[in-house]
Design a protein around this ligand. Structure first.
Ligand SMILES: [Ca+2]
Length: 356
């Protein structure tokens, strides 16, 4: 991984904190207390004045990490003081909210190029995928589909400095600052544990890293060494990447015997719009839906009666398409909370399973 070299627009820092307060106080004294006192104050050394512009003095949450013993203040300051906020990251973060309809979103992922490359990846990683299936009970096409959707099978892992991105969001994105402060902390802990240079790692505009684009806290918890070299190489080793994906799914109670989602035929089902679930948190046992008259297509894998299920709709060009989605669908939304994301993973997995 190389350091991000893209020309990015910087915004100047507006330091607010102890250092600025001391300067203002000195300025006030100069005008109100007279020259004598001003001279006296000028001769007194400012308490740790040199440190007052350092990040650990300006940002209480950084100071807390030092107090807790997570990091040395000097290490943090050397790392963070030269950083300027990345305006591009903040811009991308805000444009993310503009949701595209599913039929537009799908085109980015379900296309010939991604399907063909996925099939090549299924073949070239066959042994690893078999070992993964044995250990985690996750089918190869689901693991490879997540890899494909996240980074086009490791080809695009984002080109932004993870350190600068997370620091920008932790310090300059108030809407989700506590979340990104914790992700920055997890990232720095990871760097220390894995012996990574924080300045050398690249990721997405949200700070997701590696070929599976996990946030640092998730990566720290679920990433695995599956190649046996003792390193969790989520940047360059496909065995580690694939096993880390399976480790996440398995850790979120993936059910190898259950379907992910099944499309509902509007000819054999009525009033689907009025039956939609308020959210994936309100899943109910499949048998309840069955008792209410929901019919699945005959070709599909049949869920167990107590399998958690919800009814959702996604936008197609001709209107809504309805699906029963199951526990595994919800597991994928714990990776990325968008239902559209979970559905493209499922669609790509379907395409990869049908490999010629
Ligand atoms: Ca490894």
């Amino acid at each position: 991984m190389t350091r991000n070299s893209a020309a990015l627009q910087d915004e100047p820092y507006q330091p607010v904190g102890q250092g600025r307060k001391i300067l203002l106080w000195r300025k006030a004294c100069r005008t109100t207390c007279g020259m004598g006192l001003w001279l006296l104050l000028s001769l007194l050394p400012l308490p740790r004045a040199a440190d007052s512009t350092e990040p650990t003095s300006q940002l209480p949450w950084l100071a807390e990490w030092v107090q807790r013993g997570d990091f040395e203040a000097q290490w943090l300051n050397t790392l963070l003081a030269p950083l300027t906020p990345d305006a591009k990251v903040l811009r991308l973060m805000d444009s993310q909210a503009e949701a595209k309809p599913y039929f537009v979103y799908r085109k980015n992922f379900i296309n010939e190029r991604r399907i063909q490359r996925g099939r090549v990846m299924m073949r070239s990683n066959r042994n690893t995928l078999q070992r993964i299936q044995k250990q985690f009970r996750i089918t190869p096409e689901v693991v490879v589909a997540l890899w494909g959707v996240e980074s086009h099978y490791g080809q695009h892992s984002g080109g932004l400095s993870v350190l600068r991105t997370l620091y920008t969001l932790a310090a300059h994105y108030p809407r989700r600052a506590p979340f990104f402060q914790e992700e920055l902390r997890q990232f720095l802990l990871l760097c220390q544990e894995e012996n990574w240079d924080p300045n050398d790692l690249e990721g997405s505009y949200a700070g997701a890293i590696g070929q599976m684009q996990m946030m640092p806290s998730t990566l720290r918890k679920y990433a695995l060494d599956f190649s046996g070299d003792g390193k969790r190489d989520v940047f360059g080793n496909s065995a580690d990447v694939l096993a880390s994906i399976a480790s996440f799914l398995s850790g979120h109670n993936w059910n190898p015997d259950a379907p992910i989602a099944i499309a509902l035929n509007p000819k054999t089902n009525s009033d689907l719009d009025s039956k939609k679930s308020p959210s994936l948190n309100s899943m109910r046992p499949w048998q309840e839906w069955q008792q209410e008259g929901i019919v699945l297509g005959a070709k599909d894998k049949i869920p167990e009666p107590n399998e958690p299920a919800a009814l959702i709709a996604l936008e197609e060009e001709q209107g809504s398409r309805y699906y029963m989605v199951f526990g595994n669908f919800k597991v994928i939304t714990q990776w990325n909370r968008s239902s559209r994301f979970a559905m493209v993973v499922r669609e790509l997995a379907d395409q990869l399973r049908k490999a010629p």
